[in-house]
Design a protein around this ligand. Structure first.
Ligand code: SME
Length: 152
């Protein structure tokens, strides 16, 4: 399966299923990680809005030591602060970047926004340079919009 429309339909089914929020997030990670060849690590971070911190939630791929990230730090922290998607073709030229693995070449972080507040984000790493295109951005932004409706 590689058609983005089909991928979206499957994700939509997961999001609107009777699973708990955490289970939905885990199922999305597993589904994207296994179906999208360039998605080498897929994870959700959840916001501690008061303390401006991100905490690692469900993920697919190798465990990371970056389980807690301050707003403003790395690509994840910048996306949380700016409330917008960060699509990085070449992580090696980024100054404000937190490396999870030396194999990672490109990354996309999409915030989950609820009532104008960033409540979490989806972060995807790829071992392929410039792996993420406009279609990936649209897919991930749709996923984040839909999942936001289930976040309290
Ligand atoms: N690279 C991210 C850190 C999280 S890991 O990719 C899982 C960043 O720069 O914020």
């Amino acid at each position: 399966m590689s058609n983005l429309k089909d991928i979206w339909l499957q994700c939509e089914t997961i999001i609107h299923s009777p699973l708990t929020l955490k289970e939905k997030m885990q199922a999305i990670c597993n589904f994207l990680g296994s179906q999208m060849p360039a998605y080498d690590w897929v994870g959700f971070y959840l916001s501690d809005v008061k303390n401006k911190k991100l905490h690692l939630g469900p993920f697919y791929g190798k465990p990371t030591e970056h389980t807690s990230i301050l707003y403003g730090m790395g690509i994840c922290g910048q996306a949380a602060e700016a409330q917008k998607t960060f699509l990085i073709d070449d992580v090696t030229v980024e100054k404000n970047y937190i490396a999870c693995s030396i194999h990672v070449k490109s990354e996309i972080v999409v915030p989950i926004i609820k009532n104008q507040v960033v409540v979490g984000q989806i972060d995807i790493d790829s071992h392929t340079p410039a792996a993420f295109k406009e279609g990936d951005k649209q897919l991930l932004e749709l996923i984040c919009q839909e999942i936001a409706t289930y976040i309290e």
